[in-house]
Design a protein around this ligand. Structure first.
Ligand code: SAM
Ligand code: SF4
Length: 525
């Protein structure tokens, strides 16, 4: 595959996560020379040529991974699916990325073949995000490209925009055949059957299901870190947020099913898993075992072959001492917590319906800072929420000083349909939002530079996930989710755990030198 087409594929499969436009991650993580590590909900792994999946189900470090059993290739689905090729582009958060992995797995199991360009596909699917207006607009501009040339294709809109706009998508883009929200993915096989039978308008828009989306196979894009959804939807009802509307009510997945998938992942060669949920720590096991989140973390860490367990996103209200105690007890639980604060002002937090005050949030930070080992904390901040005064914003700035984050993802407030904050008066001018975001970025830049500088000389455990084009240069993630580039004379390090001494630091990056290999026995976290 040529360099340019590989680059294009990366963009298509890795999608442009919207926060890149206006947040601190604009300048990217250390791997792309930026200010902060990648957002914990953004996939930083390797995207791969879809034709290189290892159909035997074994991990192949250079290529993508299919977990589970792959259906016999080349099954025919008649005229509608013609060749059964699909192209899938994903917008939005890690939850969407992982949903796409499951949708792709489902299509593969039905005999479809994934292709790398929309031109080569019979079926084009967009898994969409509507968290901010720009993300939703992007999807309609993609759909517009098929106004004239979509006649011989099946075009489908999945995810949040599908749920939000519903049947209206058919009015705006009559060439679309499938509109399906994430809470209806379970029914995708039936919907595909309808499309295959020639039905031109198929919808899946229920979001009152109490079930979760589990598939027999998942087409995994990242050969190093495997994602598992443990809780879907959200019951929190933050005033600005579309998620409760687009993803439906909160529903946790059974602990046995989660642990079974973790065991399958280790058989495929994964040693690092990341548990996902919009409010991952609100998890409550629906089965008779009734496990709480911290117990589940400890059990996942016990699965033979697991060396790192991550989780995101934690909601401050449900963040308790038991999670920190679990991290204290179990070194395989990573030293990183993403704990979105959104605002440092209690008045604004109330207006946002975040269910905690500034003081409550700072108590959670104190819990984490009291842990036996240093834990990296990252956060999300919304600037320019209706009614946010200069004094409120000052409180957000001072929150950065107090919390000492290792990464901040800032967003300009974007009014969204079906959200309570649409009705609020006192909008903040775009110009002021821009100024406030820039001030957050600058303050965090100074904090992060100092925090990274303080790591000089430390020896860190690194899971190596990238070989640089430059000779003897590698990079990987620390348990605190920092990306570190380092030099080593070793010939092959991909997929191994090594100890690296920090020799240099920048605002968003660390640089180091390989010290020694880590075997499973001596590895600590
Ligand atoms: N469930 C997570 C939580 O409670 O923090 C966040 C999920 S949301 C997909 C990711 C981030 O997008 C949020 O933390 C928030 O900062 C941002 N966000 C959500 N709605 C937004 C809006 N209407 N305008 C700007 N940013 C928004
Ligand atoms: Fe949205 Fe709030 Fe739920 Fe997070 S907790 S998904 S911000 S409603």
């Amino acid at each position: 595959m040529s360099e340019s087409s590989y680059g294009r594929l990366r963009i298509q499969m890795n999608k442009a996560f919207d926060i890149g436009v206006e947040s601190l991650s604009r300048s990217g993580g250390a791997e792309n020379g930026g200010l902060v590590p990648n957002h914990p909900s953004v996939q930083t792994g390797h995207n791969v040529h879809p034709s290189k999946f290892d159909a035997s189900g074994r991990i192949n470090v250079a290529d993508g991974v299919v977990s589970g059993v792959v259906a016999a290739p080349g099954r025919s689905f008649g005229d509608t699916a013609k060749g059964g090729t699909f192209f899938l582009e994903t917008f939005g958060c890690q939850m969407n990325d992982h949903d796409s992995e499951k949708v792709a797995g489902l299509l593969l199991s039905r005999g479809y073949r994934q292709v790398e360009t929309p031109e080569a596909a019979r079926m084009i699917l967009y898994n969409t995000c509507s968290i901010r207006e720009k993300a939703a607009q992007k999807v309609f501009s993609r759909l517009g490209e098929y106004r004239e040339r979509g006649a011989d294709k099946i075009i489908g809109v999945l995810g949040c925009v599908a749920q939000q706009e519903g049947q209206d998508i058919f009015k705006r883009a009559p060439w679309v055949s499938l509109v399906c929200g994430s809470a209806s993915y379970r029914k995708l096989p039936e919907m595909l059957a309808e499309l295959e039978a020639g039905n031109k308008r198929v919808t899946g828009l229920d979001n009152d299901t109490d079930e979760t989306f589990e598939t027999e196979i998942t087409r995994r894009d990242n050969p190093w870190r495997a994602y598992l959804t443990i809780i879907e939807g959200c019951d929190k009802a933050c005033a600005y947020c579309v998620v409760p509307h687009t993803r439906g009510p909160e529903r946790s997945r059974g602990s046995e099913s989660i642990l079974r998938e973790v065991r399958q992942l280790t058989e495929l060669g994964y040693s690092e898993v990341q548990l996902l949920g919009q409010t991952v720590n609100s998890y409550v096991d629906p089965t008779a075992r009734g496990m709480k989140f911290s117990d589940l973390l400890l059990e996942v860490a016990q699965v033979a072959g697991i060396r790192r367990v991550r989780f995101t996103t934690s909601h401050p209200r449900d963040f308790g001492a038991d999670i920190v105690e679990a991290i204290d007890r179990e070194p395989k639980l990573c030293d990183h917590i993403h704990l979105p604060v959104q605002s440092g002002s209690t008045k604004v937090l109330r207006a946002m319906a975040r269910t905690y005050t500034r003081e409550d949030y700072l108590e959670k930070i104190a819990l984490i800072r009291g842990a036996k080992r240093p834990i990296s904390i990252t956060t999300d901040i919304i600037v320019g929420f209706p009614g946010e005064t200069d004094a409120d914003f000052e409180e957000t700035l001072s929150m950065l000083d107090e919390a000492q984050y290792d990464g901040v993802f800032g967003f300009k407030y974007s009014p969204r349909p079906n959200t309570p904050s649409l009705a609020l008066n006192d909008p903040i001018p775009e110009e002021v939002k821009g100024q406030r975001l820039a001030m957050i970025q600058e303050k965090q830049r100074v904090i992060q530079t100092a925090r990274n500088l303080a790591m000089l000389g430390q020896e860190l455990d690194v899971f190596v996930s990238n070989k640089s084009r430059r000779e003897n240069q590698w990079s990987g993630h620390t348990t605190s989710n920092r990306v570190i580039s380092f030099s080593s004379q070793e010939r092959e390090l991909l997929g191994s755990y090594v100890r690296v001494k920090v020799t240099d630091s920048g605002t968003g990056s660390l640089v180091g030198a390989h010290v020694l290999e880590i075997t499973t026995g001596e590895w600590g976290g």
